[in-house]
Design a protein around this ligand. Structure first.
Ligand code: DGL
Length: 280
């Protein structure tokens, strides 16, 4: 039977609902600069955070299929909402019938793995999109590894729009940053570690730090995802051999190329070239 996807080695695929995954990509490229990358942002249909399970699953599946079709053997879902709502189904139901050798990895597990050694009080807070909070993915994944940790979550529905609209540093952002941080700490005053469970939130970090007491550690996930990927490629030489190493990075968006180039600068501090793709 003819294979569904190209068989030659290819770039590592990095997928996000929009721009936020660029914060993860940046850290991955810092740790693993020798690999080739292909970033796909579904900017035309972002945000995913408020969408249903079925829709996030459908959209994510389309993106993964596209990235496999473009030659990727390994795809990172650099989006918490897609990792929370689609990853498990794709791994269990779709990959085995498409191509058992290809892999899709998410960002929640690598973030959660580092938490056990960080918290002393064993009380951890999670700030995330409404969709990620409703999925219960963080508490479920944390309890698989550390059943003793108490997890408290707070949805921050205004934070993604603030970042997407270039307002992360504005004085107007303070109101919503303070609002959600206070709401989280009011639910559990013994939290000593807070996970930023959304790709956009590292851009709000300077403001978040202002409203979080100094003794509380804030975990931005990019660094942990990058090191986890490095570890994965060491442990899986067969996958490493399927990933090309030319140090390149190409960008694709479902929105207009002009719009992506302007907004991506907020996340990358550089102008990038991008090509439009359609997903269906
Ligand atoms: N990338 C998403 C996440 O990490 C945030 C943006 C969205 O809601 O689509 O959850």
């Amino acid at each position: 039977m003819k294979p569904l996807f190209p068989q030659l080695p290819g770039p590592v695929g990095v997928f996000d609902s929009g721009y936020g995954g660029l914060t993860i990509l940046e850290q991955i490229r810092r740790v693993l600069p020798e690999y080739d990358y292909l970033y796909l942002g579904d900017n035309a249909r972002t945000p995913y955070g408020s969408r249903s399970f079925e829709v996030v699953y459908d959209f994510t599946l389309q993106a993964v299929r596209k990235l496999f079709g473009m030659g990727c053997h390994l795809v990172i879902l650099a989006c918490n909402t897609a990792s929370a709502k689609a990853l498990r189904s794709i791994q269990m139901n779709d990959l085995p019938s498409w191509d058992a050798g290809r892999r899709v990895l998410g960002v929640i597990r690598p973030t959660v793995e580092c938490i056990g050694s960080m918290t002393q009080s064993r009380h951890v807070g999670v700030l995330a999109t409404t969709g990620t909070v409703l999925s219960d993915s963080y508490p479920l994944e944390i309890h698989k590894l550390f059943p003793d940790i108490v997890v408290t979550e707070q949805a921050c529905p205004m934070w993604v729009p603030l970042v997407e609209n270039g307002e992360a540093k504005s004085s107007g952002a303070d109101y919503f940053v303070e609002k959600y941080v206070s709401a989280l700490l009011a639910k559990d005053a013994t939290i000593d570690t807070i996970i930023l469970g959304c790709t956009h939130y590292p851009l709000l970090l300077p403001k978040i730090r202002q409203y979080v007491p100094e003794n509380i550690r804030i975990v931005a996930q990019g660094e942990y995802v990058a090191h986890s990927l490095e570890d994965y490629l060491h442990r899986h030489p067969e996958m490493d051999a399927r990933c090309t190493k030319g140090g390149t990075c190409r960008f694709f968006t479902t929105e207009s190329e002009e719009k992506f180039m302007d907004s991506a600068a907020i996340f990358l501090n550089e102008k990038v070239r991008v090509n439009h793709v359609s997903l269906e």
